[in-house]
Design a protein around this ligand. Structure first.
Ligand code: URP
Ligand code: ZN
Ligand code: ZN
Length: 459
């Protein structure tokens, strides 16, 4: 069925116009004023609303065996939570560990999503070791449409790669035109500092941050960048949390290194005092890199506003209270991660745009367009243009609410952003022309989501 969205303020990077959007066969076919529609078309009145391109979360974990447990969402629950929050595409980290076969892992991750997600999705392929068969396996995975890699410099002996493996991954990525995303913390230093703190009897969640201080992240970021400088590959630092690490990335960029930066919602809005709360309340805010001292937030917001932080993702990774308590006797056993897929857009709009930290242009760019461009999805995704997929968010800037675990769709029993104000939310969300969400309710088709095949673009 055709769809006509009437009289909204259409916001894309570089343009804001009042008008109508007409959609047929999943695609935007006309943008203009006073567009006509056949009698059987679905009409949405967007008067007084903003119309954004569907938002893209470039960093989520849905299926994730990690730290003796599994992240809580499935593609059914995670995609519905994403859509209610205005995210119409997510890129999941496919994370087989060092003992797993990469190709089998890739097939497993794909099977978990296929026919289950209500929104479109893609994968970053984690390279967690580099052995004889790795190159041919990665070539097959890229040929299958997964044109980005992920490496972890942290998580020694599980996901983590050594410098030799990092070099081989970047070198292959350069030849294939594939971008390499990286979790940048020095694994050896983390392991040593964890042992030292535990030996001193420091076992609570408040010691997680001191076990992976800003210098450890800055070293990882700088080392990743130095390898990029010497392999010529393009890199993307995930979930950057601190001013020191930011400086390492931007120094490299100023030397001509092809490096991009993602930060994630927790590091913009929460600080390390959340992880210093007693007991399980602190554990709920344990993630890596850890929540930092508050002064880092201003540096991250400023870099985001200037465009030197490219994207805002979530690193969505829900573990419930019972799972967090696996670490009650030692912070090193607290499953690392926090959910956020449902809140990202509304919190970024509220605490960025509404609080004058971010203009609307940069908001759309950071939450949608830049990720589409970096990860080979543009202009199919990440913009509103004739020929683009009709992933559209009709956004009500007058909505008022608060984040609450009780109301969330993510499969978890707490929300790390509990009680934070929301000033705006999606009224209508479409995926390829089909209305999937109306006013906070999922009204669409489960399993509508498709895996997005992407071509390498970083030659
Ligand atoms: O704490 C985090 N970030 N958990 C998820 C795994 C990762 O490092 O992205
Ligand atoms: Zn990570
Ligand atoms: Zn992650």
């Amino acid at each position: 069925m055709a769809l006509l969205i009437r009289n909204g303020e259409i916001v894309t990077v570089g343009a804001r116009v009042h008008g109508d959007i007409y959609v047929e066969n999943e695609t935007i076919t006309q943008i203009g004023k006073n567009l006509e529609a056949p009698p059987d078309a679905e009409i949405i009145d967007a008067t007084g609303k903003l119309v954004f391109p569907g938002f893209i979360d470039p960093h989520v974990h849905i299926y994730l065996p990690f730290m003796a447990t599994f992240a809580k969402d499935t593609h059914e629950t995670g995609s519905i939570a994403a859509l209610i929050g205005g995210t119409t595409t997510y890129i999941e980290m496919c994370c087989p560990n060092r003992n797993d076969d990469a190709l089998e892992g890739y097939q497993l991750w794909k099977s978990k999503a296929e026919g289950k997600s209500a929104c479109d999705y893609a994968f970053h392929m984690s390279v967690t070791k580099f052995v004889k068969e790795t190159e041919s396996q990665l070539r097959q995975i890229v040929a299958d449409g997964t044109a980005s890699f992920k490496i972890f410099l942290a998580y020694k002996n599980f996901f983590g790669v050594d410098d030799g493996e990092m070099y081989q991954t970047q070198e292959l990525a350069k030849r294939l035109g594939v971008i390499v995303t990286a979790h940048c913390e020095n694994a050896e230093l983390v392991a040593r500092l964890q042992q030292k703190l535990l030996a001193e009897g420091k076992t609570g969640p408040e010691w997680h941050e001191p076990s992976r201080p800003e210098s450890v992240e800055a070293e990882g970021t700088g080392r990743f960048a130095t390898f990029l400088e010497n392999t010529g590959a393009t890199g993307y630092v995930v979930h950057l949390s601190s001013e020191k690490a930011l400086r390492a990335a931007l120094d490299a960029k100023s030397r001509g290194v092809k490096i991009h930066v993602e930060s994630v919602l927790p590091h913009l809005l929460l600080d390390k005092s959340y992880a210093e709360r007693p007991g399980v309340e602190g554990m709920k805010h344990v993630m890596s890199p850890p929540l930092r001292a508050k002064h880092n937030q201003a540096a991250l917001w400023n870099a985001l506003a200037a465009g030197s932080i490219d994207t805002i993702g979530t690193d969505h990774c829900p573990f419930d209270t019972k799972q967090k308590l696996l670490g009650k006797d030692s912070f090193v056993n607290i499953p690392n991660g926090i959910p956020g897929i449902e809140e990202r857009v509304n919190l970024l709009y509220t605490h960025g745009v509404k609080r004058d930290r971010l203009d609307l242009d940069r908001f759309v760019d950071a939450a949608s367009t830049r990720a589409a461009k970096l990860f080979g999805l543009f202009p199919r995704k990440g913009t509103i243009a004739v020929g683009s997929d009709a992933d559209l968010v009709v956004y009500d800037p007058n909505y008022r609410g608060v984040v609450s675990a009780k109301a969330q769709h993510t499969n978890n029993d707490y929300n790390g952003f509990e009680g934070m104000p929301i000033e705006g939310r999606p009224s209508v969300v479409t995926v390829r022309g089909k209305v999937q969400v109306r006013d906070g309710k999922f009204v669409g088709e489960r399993g509508r989501g498709k895996m997005l095949k992407r071509e390498p673009t970083h030659f």
